[in-house]
Design a protein around this ligand. Structure first.
Ligand code: ADP
Ligand code: MG
Length: 149
C-alpha cells in the first residue's frame, strides 16, 4: 500500500505489520529530496531499520539494507539519490561529536542524499532542518509520528 505523506506537516499513521512499516518507508523514499535528514526514534525493535529498508527500496536501491548497529554508517550510492544510514546506538555523545556528521547534511565532500539516523538522541547538535520520525509500539503494530523541523 502507498501512503500519502505531506512532508511539511505533523502527521501520524498506524502501521499494523512489518509490511506496512516497509511500505511506509517506500512512500517516504520516493518523495524525499537530496539533503533530507531523518531522525528515527523508537525502542529496540520499533521498526527503525525496517523503515530505512523501505526507504532504500523507494530510492531504487537493490542492495539489502542491513542494520548499521556495528558498522555505524552504511552508504548506498546506486539509487535515485544516495542513502546514508547511521545507527548511533553504540556511541556516546563525545564519540558522535568527533565524527563530524554535519558533513552528511551539509553535503560537504559527499554527494547530497538522504541521511537516516537511528538513535539520534546521541547527537549533541542537530541539523537546521530535519524530519523527526518516532515509532511507538501500539497493540500488535506501530504508530508512527512525523514532525518536520
Ligand atoms: P529497530 O531498528 O527499531 O530496532 P527493526 O526494524 O530492526 O527495529 O525490527 C523491528 C521488528 O519489528 C522486526 O522484527 C519487524 O519485522 C517488526 N516490525 C516492523 N514493523 C512492524 C509493525 N508495524 N508491526 C509489527 N511488527 C513490526
Ligand atoms: Mg535498527
Amino acid at each position: 500500500m502507498a501512503y500519502s505523506i505531506d512532508l511539511g506537516k505533523c502527521q501520524e499513521f498506524f502501521l499494523p505489520d512489518f509490511q506496512a512499516t516497509f511500505d511506509f518507508g517506500v512512500s517516504l523514499g520516493s518523495s524525499l529530496s537530496a539533503g533530507s535528514v531523518l531522525l528515527l526514534e523508537g525502542d529496540l525493535g520499533a521498526g527503525k531499520t525496517t523503515l530505512v529498508q523501505g526507504i532504500a527500496r523507494g530510492l531504487g536501491i537493490d542492495d539489502f539494507v542491513l542494520s548499521p548497529t556495528f558498522s555505524i554508517i552504511n552508504e548506498y550510492l546506486e539509487g535515485r539519490i544516495p542513502l546514508y544510514h547511521l545507527d548511533l546506538y553504540r556511541l556516546n555523545s563525545a564519540e558522535v561529536e568527533s565524527m563530524f556528521l554535519e558533513l552528511y547534511w551539509e553535503g560537504v565532500e559527499i554527494i547530497p542524499g538522504i541521511t537516516a539516523i537511528e538513535w539520534p538522541q546521541r547527537l549533541s547538535y542537530k541539523p537546521d532542518h530535519f524530519l523527526h520520525i518516532n515509532l511507538v509500539h501500539f497493540n500488535d503494530g506501530r504508530q508512527v509520528f512525523l514532525t518536520p523541523y
